[in-house]
Design a binder for this molecule. Structure first.
Ligand code: 8GT
Ligand code: MG
Length: 127
């Protein structure tokens, strides 16, 4: 069974906010768009808002679904709902101690993301 995940592409002007997955996590050492598993009784947009508050300390004010991607890793299958987050309150930070950074869209390809994110990064380079 695939796990459902909501992730936020937090944008401000030409920059995107990304976080480093710690080594002990699935796809550890890769950069990610902050987010996490959709819990029972939640829809992906609710999960997104909850996760962005938990992991980055922001309130999501405006988000729209950007892409849905299903990906089979060797060890698990994921269904990822990637949202563009264009308006938010608060200053995103690594609330759980994770390393974070703002990166220019055009520099996204220099960061290593999980395999499932490849089409997302490609699409963001074109926007
Ligand atoms: N958050 C996030 N997860 C991603 C991305 N790309 C991707 O393949 N994933 C995968 O989706 C799953 C998301 O899980 P997560 O570890 O963020 O979930 P979570 O925040 O609920 O964490 P927890 O299990 O530590 O409570 C992981 O298997 C992760 O490897 C991404 O861009 N962002
Ligand atoms: Mg997470």
């Amino acid at each position: 069974m695939a796990i459902r995940v909501a992730a936020g592409i937090i944008t401000r002007e030409d920059q995107v906010f990304i976080a480093l997955r710690s080594d002990d996590k699935h796809q550890g050492g890769c950069w990610e768009f902050p987010g996490g598993k959709v819990e029972e009784g939640e829809d992906p947009a609710e999960a997104l808002a909850r996760e962005l508050m938990e992991e980055c300390g922001i309130t999501t004010d405006k988000s729209e679904l950007f892409k849905f991607i299903r990906h089979d890793y060797i060890d698990k299958s994921v269904e990822l709902y990637f949202y563009l987050v264009s308006e938010f309150s608060g200053e995103p930070h690594g609330k759980e101690g994770q390393k974070v950074t703002w990166v220019n869209r055009s520099d996204l390809s220099t960061y290593t993301f999980p395999e499932a994110n490849v089409p997302i990064v490609e699409a963001l380079l074109k926007v």
